[in-house]
Unconditional design. Structure first.
Length: 487
């Protein structure tokens, strides 16, 4: 019965905590009652804990009351300095995220749907590239011996030989191996990227498995972009990785940030985007409890809610999750469930990761950045200290997390929410605890800073984070600057 319940929840995209599973497993009748109650719901909770199960078994679909938080005196109240300014009315639109649309299951068909959707959408982008004007499906192209041909495929494998590289491509019609010399292929494609190739299949291969000799490889890439600007004088502050609940959370730096937000210097700040890992979470890594100041997940979010209340009322907060947050770990991640949302008051908007957000006509792609781990492993020049090349590669390949089976867990959806359809004006990530701002073809790139000092794990790996840095984007001018609140 337990295995059947887990399979049922998996099909609905629901994770059940071990404590909740132990609780309901005691009674077969409870398992059947839980399945029946969940089947009648239009939307399912992403994570099912004891606090959600108890009221269901008692005949109520309502949510259970949350535990009363402790540590209410841990936050320093900061008096607000009056600011005389014309405050722009909130103008926010979540263009695209997975929240409320997830239909993820663990079935093979769901994975096929994800990759087919990725291929078809990036095929349309590549089809318009000059060198791929007369593109053919791979199954047809391999028959054109001696002709120059173009194909578009998903990268299945990349092998290095003494003379160059063999790139295996596939599309719905077939597959082909493409040989590139080291002089021709200066930048290797990554697994599961969708790329275009221009080259030739020689006549000498007649009767053998066809191999294409590649002359050029083409990525979906973005075109040179001109940033849209707001008609109103308004600015957005970007922060990430607060890790509230950790003993290494920088309270003093946060209090300095709040004081600054209440000062005349920050009068144009109307929005704050928090790019994930807003709390430290529970059970994320071995022995995490030894480094926690708050060991209850709801108390962590309650403390965060108290901190958010200290932000001036004129500022709207947009919050997305990260890998430490209380949502499903697989990407794309939906926004927080209602039992977390209801802890917050005021102008707080919750979105998934990734999300394409439009603020006063300026499009911002916000993604926590978990896939940066995979780029560090496979892309030269990418590091935790400087992840900018990873962000550039995401824009170049038009996908945030291309590699399936790496360090980034991916949830199979009917469509691939990690594909970058629309070119953003600003692209922000977090995750790696370093601060970077850059530019790629007119897109402003930001890796937002953390509010956590060096952890034991970081110290062991000789990584020193760059905490307490806030990036501010003036949406009316396009200027991005930084303010530091930790010395």
């Amino acid at each position: 019965m337990k295995d059947a319940l887990i399979e049922f929840l998996s099909e609905k995209g629901v994770l059940i905590t071990p404590e909740a599973l132990d609780y309901v497993e005691k009674d077969v009748g409870d398992i059947n009652k839980l399945r029946s109650a969940l089947s009648s719901m239009e939307e399912f909770p992403h994570i099912l804990g004891i606090e959600r199960i108890r009221p269901i078994l008692e005949g109520e679909i309502a949510e259970a009351p949350l535990p009363k938080p402790s540590g209410e005196d841990n936050f320093i109240k900061v008096p607000e300095i009056p600011v005389k300014a014309d405050v722009a009315r909130p103008d926010i639109n979540i263009i695209r995220d997975v929240t409320g649309k997830s239909r993820s299951t663990a079935k093979v068909e769901s994975f096929l749907s994800t990759f087919k959707d990725r291929y078809s959408r990036l095929y349309r982008v590549l089809r318009a590239k000059p060198h791929l004007k007369y593109v053919r499906r791979i199954g047809e192209a391999v028959k054109k011996r001696g002709e120059e041909i173009s194909v578009i495929g998903m990268v299945r494998d990349v092998k290095e030989t003494g003379k160059g590289f063999i790139v295996s491509l596939e599309d719905p019609s077939g597959s082909v191996e493409v040989f590139f010399s080291k002089e021709t292929l200066r930048e290797k494609p990554l697994l599961d990227e969708v790329v275009g190739v221009f080259g030739r299949i020689p006549l000498s291969d007649r009767g053998k498995k066809p191999r294409m000799f590649g002359k050029r490889i083409v990525w979906p890439d973005i075109q040179p972009h001109k940033m849209s600007l707001s008609k109103e004088k308004v600015s957005v502050a970007f922060i990430s990785d607060l890790h509230v609940g950790s003993e290494t959370f920088l309270k003093d730096a946060w209090d300095s940030f709040i004081r600054w937000l209440r000062s005349p210097e920050a009068r144009d700040i109307s929005y704050i985007i928090m790019a994930g890992d807003v709390v430290d979470g529970i059970g994320i890594y071995p022995d995490q409890e030894e480094e926690l100041e708050i060991s209850d997940i709801y108390e962590q979010y309650t403390m965060l809610a108290k901190m958010v209340e200290e932000i001036p009322d004129r500022i709207s907060v947009i919050m997305i999750p990260g890998n430490h947050d209380f949502v499903r770990p697989a990407e794309p991640q939906p926004a927080f469930d209602d039992d977390i949302k209801k802890l917050f008051s005021g102008e707080v908007l919750f979105a998934g990761s990734p999300s394409l957000i439009e603020i006063h006509g300026v499009k911002i792609l916000a993604y926590h950045g978990t896939s940066i781990n995979d780029f560090i492993n496979v892309l030269p020049g990418v590091s935790y200290e400087d992840p900018s090349l990873a962000l550039i590669r995401m824009l170049k390949s038009r996908i945030l997390a291309p590699i399936y089976g790496g360090k980034t867990p991916l949830a199979p959806e009917k469509e691939d929410y990690m594909v970058i359809d629309e070119v953003p004006d600003i692209f922000v990530t977090g995750h790696v605890h370093s601060f970077v701002k850059s530019n790629y073809r007119g897109v402003k790139i930001i890796n937002a800073s953390t509010w956590q000092s060096q952890t034991k794990y970081q110290k062991m790996n000789n990584f020193k984070p760059d905490p307490g840095v806030v990036a501010i984007a003036e949406l009316d001018t396009g200027r991005i600057y930084e303010k530091r609140f930790h010395t």
